[in-house]
Design a protein. Structure first.
Length: 281
């Protein structure tokens, strides 16, 4: 049984992520947990300053969140005819990261979140809430579904790496599961500044090949991107990748992309889903 956590704010983006997750795991028994984290606004708190009024405010927010989650669940059950999918709902009073942390005793295989493209006012292209979840490193694979993404069978899965760090089986299990589900080909893409492999990189490649010995895979090399737009274009168009996967090492390629200054200046939308794998500790 696969367990998938779906944080939702009931927006179009979060519902799109849920739809994507339904399709991605359509052949597998899955328990989906619909999670909504609610917090009062500053104005609401200022307007309910006494303990009794604050308690009443939090209670009303919890009731509203629970009702919305139950309504969403009912709507899903009407529309989704996949019998081996089941649903739970969780309303949490507090920040989303705290909500996810509170569920650490449950075995969650994937978090699936929607994201909104950048505008001139946004500093990060996947949205502040999704970026916050990534930054907290919850040690759970995180699938980011951009707002314009539509489900495509992931026959070609891109794994971006520089082969600089050793690989561990635990890191790859979420990727291998998806690869087996869809009989996909893994396209391992080295992003390089100088294309000269050192001895460590060569050994890491051998280890990686050992981990993937039962999978179909290919190697590709591309120069380090000058902009985020080039990054997405190469993976999405030139390599025809349906899903992009990266391991979230500290100060990794992934973080470099996230912090790229050009992101602050551009209006950019991508339809390429990202799977972020937590690094093995």
């Amino acid at each position: 049984m696969i367990r998938v956590l779906i944080p939702t704010d009931f927006s179009v983006n979060s519902l799109n992520a849920l739809t994507y997750a339904h399709m991605l795991f359509q052949e597998e028994p899955v328990t989906f947990t619909l999670l909504h984290a609610y917090e009062p606004t500053a104005l609401q708190i200022l307007g309910h300053q006494t303990p009794v009024r604050l308690a009443s405010l939090y209670h009303s927010l919890k009731v509203k969140a629970t009702d919305e989650l139950e309504s969403l669940k009912e709507e899903i059950l009407i529309k989704n005819e996949i019998a081996h999918h089941s649903y739970e709902v969780v309303a949490y009073g507090g920040h989303l990261n705290d909500a996810i942390k509170s569920m650490s005793d449950q075995k969650i295989d994937y978090i699936v979140m929607g994201s909104k493209g950048a505008t001139g006012l946004k500093e990060i292209f996947i949205g502040t809430i999704t970026h916050s979840v990534i930054s907290h490193r919850h040690n759970i694979p995180l699938l980011i579904v951009p707002e314009k993404a539509t489900f495509v069978i992931p026959k070609s899965i891109g794994f971006a790496t520089d082969f600089e760090k050793p690989y561990h089986k635990e890191e790859f299990e979420p990727l291998l599961l998806l690869t087996r589900l869809w009989q996909a080909t893994i396209r391992m893409v080295e992003v390089y500044e100088e294309h000269n492999l050192n001895q460590n990189q060569k050994e890491h490649i051998q280890d990686l090949e050992s981990l993937l010995q039962e999978m179909k895979y290919r190697f590709h090399v591309i120069p380090k991107f000058s902009t985020l737009e080039n990054c997405i274009r190469i993976f999405d168009e030139e390599l025809e990748i349906d899903l992009l996967v990266m391991i979230d090492y500290p100060k990794s390629f992934f973080e470099e992309v996230m912090r790229e200054p050009v992101i602050k200046k551009m209006s950019f939308h991508t339809s390429l889903p990202f799977l972020v794998l937590p690094a093995h500790s």
